[in-house]
Ligand binder design. Structure first.
Ligand SMILES: *Cc1c(COP(=O)(O)O)cnc(C)c1O
Length: 417
């Protein structure tokens, strides 16, 4: 595709890798202009939950597009946004009573940070510091990068990033994490933000629900706001609607995006407990929540999200997720027997493994080599260094699943070769 003016994200144009042109999609399949059917084994970067072009969501978008396209959301409202907010309050932990809209995972994280600092500012305390977990990813805007793992992908922007307190990733029963969090909390930070159960971009690193529960408890005891970034883990990915559910945790602030619209439209929400909303509630205009973006709660995106919520209420989504999880485990059990395959792990519908190779890492040539092999096999997979993971739409059928497994097995054999 030389000659295109498009500058792609996370793409090294200097390597001249092919950029396939996709014309349409259906379920777990992408169709390219050159006539290929490619299985989307990573849900178009973790967003597509039920499958591409779910008929009910597409119809909801069409219906809304004929009525109201866009509306200023400062002081105005519309039915799709009201329906989404009502639906979320109904389905999410009851402690989360307020819904603030934005348009991406990064922005809902930025909003969460501003809510946390706004809360403490209006409470009259000086709490400002943010605690994060090692290897975390929370997005690519400046604030979201600041609270994420530092590495080659953000080194040039280092001067723009603010300082945070980093808690080590849990080892074994997570005693190392809990002890470090306990110590850090004594210094009265504002909040601790964490990806519950699975650190996605950090390499699909999994830790047990007991550690999540224990971290939330430490924060509660020290009055530190507990922010759950469920942008990736939400909407069934980990086997339950929220990963927090498995730990019996209700966060103070919850970030949702990606699967909120079933993965069809850019929309995000930050949900908060009533105390956080009330800290901003005043007759003093200076205490209002100073945040908005042009497309906050876009009506068409909200219509897609409202339909996604209806699908969760009315279709057997949980059963599909459970069945997919079982097939993912069976796939991992077979792949684990191959030479060079290490650390097979699964959380709900997310399956991951590491390939044994000297010099792994983000800039190694391994990931592009693997991607080329997967492209040959008409499977969309995007390894993280030497980690291969499968995070498919819930509609992935057995034949397509077998094709994905075959592509991974072939790659493992070739590398071990
Ligand atoms: C993808 C992701 C984000 C950022 O979401 P965008 O919509 O890409 O801005 C934030 N947090 C987590 C955990 C993510 O996986």
């Amino acid at each position: 595709m030389t000659g295109s003016p498009v500058w792609h994200p996370f793409t090294q144009h200097g390597l001249q890798e092919p950029v396939p042109l996709v014309t349409h999609a259906d379920g777990a399949a992408l169709y390219t202009a050159d006539g290929r059917r490619v299985i989307d084994a990573i849900s178009s970067w973790w967003v597509t939950t039920h499958g591409h072009c779910h008929p009910r969501i597409m119809e909801a978008i069409r219906r809304q597009a004929g009525k109201l396209d866009q509306l200023i959301f400062a002081g105005w409202t519309h039915e799709p946004a009201e329906a989404v907010a009502r639906g979320l309050v109904e389905i999410m932990p009851p402690e989360l009573t307020r819904v603030f809209f934005s348009d991406s995972g990064s922005t809902c994280v930025e909003v969460a940070l501003k809510m946390a600092l706004g809360f403490w500012a209006h409470e009259g305390s000086g709490r400002q510091r943010i605690l994060v977990m090692e290897h975390s990813y929370h997005g690519d805007t400046i604030g979201a990068m600041s609270i994420g793992e530092r590495g080659v992908f953000n080194a040039p922007y280092e001067p723009l990033l603010f300082d945070v307190g980093t808690i080590p990733f849990p080892v074994g029963d997570g005693a190392n994490t809990i002890a470090a969090l306990e110590t850090a909390c004594r210094a009265k930070p504002a909040a601790f933000i964490v990806e519950p159960l699975v650190l996605g971009a950090g390499g699909m690193l999994v830790y047990p629900p007991e550690v999540l529960a224990a971290m939330a408890k430490v924060c509660r005891r020290h009055d530190v706001l507990f922010i759950a970034d469920e942008v990736m883990t939400g909407w069934g990915r980990t086997g339950t609607l929220l990963a927090c559910e498995q730990a019996g945790v209700a966060p103070d602030i919850l970030c949702l995006a990606k699967g909120l619209t079933g993965g069809s439209m850019p929309l995000a929400v930050t949900m908060a407990r009533e105390e956080i909303f009330m800290a901003h509630w005043s007759t003093d205009r200076a205490k209002m929540f100073y945040h908005s973006s042009s497309y906050t709660a876009n009506p068409i995106a909200c219509a897609a999200a409202a339909e996604n919520l209806a699908i969760w209420r009315e279709e057997p989504v949980r059963e599909r997720i459970a069945a997919l999880g079982i097939r993912q485990q069976a796939m991992l059990d077979r792949l684990a027997a191959l030479p060079g395959v290490r650390n097979t792990r699964r959380c709900g519908t997310i399956a991951a493994l590491d390939l044994e190779v000297p010099d792994g890492g983000y800039l190694s040539s391994l990931a592009p080599r693997l991607m080329a092999m997967f492209r040959q096999a008409d499977v969309l997979l995007r390894p993280l260094g030497n980690t291969i993971y499968v995070m498919p739409p819930y509609c992935l059928d057995e034949a397509d699943h077998a094709q994905v497994e075959g592509a991974i097995a072939e790659a493992a054999r070739t590398l071990a070769g």
